[in-house]
Design a protein. Sequence first.
Length: 301
Amino acid sequence: MENSTQFTSFMLAGYSDSGHLKYFYLIILTVLYISIVFANIVLIMVICMERSLHEPMYLFLCSLFVNELYGSTALFPALMIHLVSDAHSVSTVYCYLQIFCMYTYGSMEFCNLSVMSYDRYLAICYPLQYNVIMTPNRVCFLICVIWLYPFAKSIITLFLTIRLKLCGNVIDKVYCDNYLVVKLACSTSDTTVNNIYGLYSLVLSVVVPLITILFSYIKILTICLKSSIETRQKAFSTCTPHLASLLNFSFGCFLNLLQIQSILFPPLVHPIIYGIRTKEIRTLDPFDILKKCELESQINK
């Protein structure tokens, strides 16, 4: 067994020397990050301030947009700094923090999309009982699960990784990845628990949500085939943005597994999809909402 060393930093080997092109890439990443922050914040404000959007579907959307801000902020600032820097090392503390943020982001994304599919299933298949089933307390509970479960799961993942004795500190990626850090362990026997828990985590965070989504859309499709053309069109209009978001994020995760850095775009694509496809959001003017809120606050005074 190799001698273990107490490393204080990790080297990110995913960066290549792009010469002066790195400044061009920096501009692209900066514009992309600003666009992500702006688009998600605007939609969060619109949903929070417009009372007509205080419905389960839009509250889950708001949770999704907050997660996009969380995930992109965990990645973009460090990515932009390292892109123009000659040194691509990060402290172990920051590396583990980024692992925690990226894993919670991915898990919350799948959980959120799963809950949204369940919400659409109830709205389309049980329209008369929808308000009875999807009460404010249940919506609050589901949002808490969306956020608290991934945090709890990722804390355990991080604890199992931190305890490992490492015999290397080079990560072949542009950001810290838990799987690659575990591969640096001196002994494969030490990583058995990590691998078992990783498999368990994968099933609960990806497989179970995907099964929920598949079940929901099979039920929706069954109902639509028996319904009128108008009902089908309404269901199609409601579900299209969600399906587009699911395919977008899943495709990004698949490419990421192939070591293709593709996680940059989902945080921007989601607000664009819902901003364009959702009529209730598309027809609202954020400035009108701000004026309305200001007027209401003056009346209350």
